[in-house]
Design a protein around this ligand. Sequence first.
Ligand code: ASP
Length: 600
Amino acid sequence: MFRTHTCGELRAADSGKEVTLSGWIQTIRKFGSITFIDLRDRYGITQLVLDETLTEAIEKQNAGREWVIQAKGMVRERSNKNPNILTGDIEIAVSEFKVLNKSAVPPFTIVDDTDGGDDLRMKYRYLDLRRSPLKKNLELRFAINRAARNYLSDKNFIEVETPYLISSTPEGARDFIVPSRLNAHEFYALPQSPQTFKQLLMVSGFDRYFQIVKCFRDEDLRADRQPEFTQIDCEMSFVEQEDVLNTFEGLIKSILKEVKGIEIQGAIPRMSFADAMKDYGNDKPDTRFGMLVKNLKTQHTVHLQTLNESTFDVFNKAETVLAISVPGAAEYSRKQTDELIEWVKRPQIGMGGLAFIKYNQDGSCKSSFDKFFTPDQLTTFAEFCGSEKGDLILILAGKEERTRKAISELRLLMGERLGLRDPEKFNLLWVTDFPLFEYDEEDNRWVARHHPFTSPKPEDVQAMIENSPVITDKENYLQHPYASIKANAYDMVMNGNEIGGGSIRIYQKDLQQKMFAALGIGEEEAQQKFGFLLGAFEYGAPPHGGIAFGLDRVCSILGGSDSIRDFIAFPKNNNGRDMMIDAPGPVAEKQLKELNIKLA
Ligand code: ASP
């Protein structure tokens, strides 16, 4: 028997027991003629004490860090207790030990606060995973998976696997493709999601499906994306949006309860896409704090007038002027406001500058553009911004979209700095009523904001059927009837992150064809790419809808981290490389030949 107990298990009450433990040497230190070993396994660390004879024996073998040993001995209470570990009250007085395997000196120390750099830890991921923070992350991930499986199974969802070697499922990214040896000159695509398959399962009559599934998207990897990632993918038949939202509120609540012990009371708040953009400048607002965006140019005529009366062209000539009111920051020093100005000028934010008003405790206002406005006008601004005395009002002016994005980033920054983004607080929100289409300026056409299988709101179907998708007036594309068609789509947002998204689907062949046409997918192409789905829609497709949650992201938020990588056992780096197995890599000439591939 290798072990009677784990290294995380023994307590003072076990004193006197004869036990056997197996694990890795975390530290080994000689103290006079005796030796202390911290023995580690998945469950914890237990201190072993070796007497003089055993010390000589282990020294002879040269045992060191990360060696795997087995030790037999008696549990005894420690004189020098360690309150930091669960087994800190006891130690094992070893009577016998055996080396089970040696270890080379590890490339970094395997402790919670390791000295290993990112690349090194990725290369030796199997060693990194021995560290308890990462172990805890994977345990958290498993707990979330289990909670999801339990909830969905209890609600009659059936878990069905769908294939990975398929043809393109358009979710807006590039496909990873796989050459077929048996079908020369042809390729599979890896699924960007199981979207079409889950819809086909609805046609088959499996009215509640889920799958914890890998999805593959060949995107440029911004900071925290992975080319393969995991979704909790779900679909339901005979449902309207309301049914889907209710079911999956239940899912996320049950995950929070199981995993974090947090009970979310009441319904998850809802916000329309339009309101989210207006109040937060963002379609995934962090609602843990207020600091709502105010539009000085369009929301209120008084402010428009104030702007127009002044000679301050920065405001007058800008497409938009947006402001946030930062609580209690009126006392910011010159240095602090200068730093914020530099911050908005960074290329990632891209603004020309930042104006501000200090709404002082005594009710007076001091701004960075004093000479252009009267004190009264400044107070009007402050009041319009909902500011309290003591607030600092930050104002950005410029092009519509850039300014909106910038104010949204600035709001998050200030929220962070004021400590308003508490990682132990979990704010959930549904964002609904998204536009169905987005305008692609480069190609002067419509693209699906979600994916091509999302249905328009029932009241907008007619507008889609009756109007041609062709955009004749590029400048005024917003006037095109398609621009205001809303989707039966919804996102779930947690703490400013989109953690899930889905929609009620199109289930009628005609409307699906119309949708493809709207997206510039011709009849032939639609038939070639999605003939199977259009075909299935001829055989009694039920009304259906669903959602998919980004599991990696849910893990990282609940784990209180920004990085999804820390919650994936074997992740890729920012260049899409697996540093450990060194993939991707070249393949043998013979293999290429079999695949009829010549490298350019
Ligand atoms: N397939 C969608 C996605 O990956 C989710 C859904 O519509 O259910 O975003």
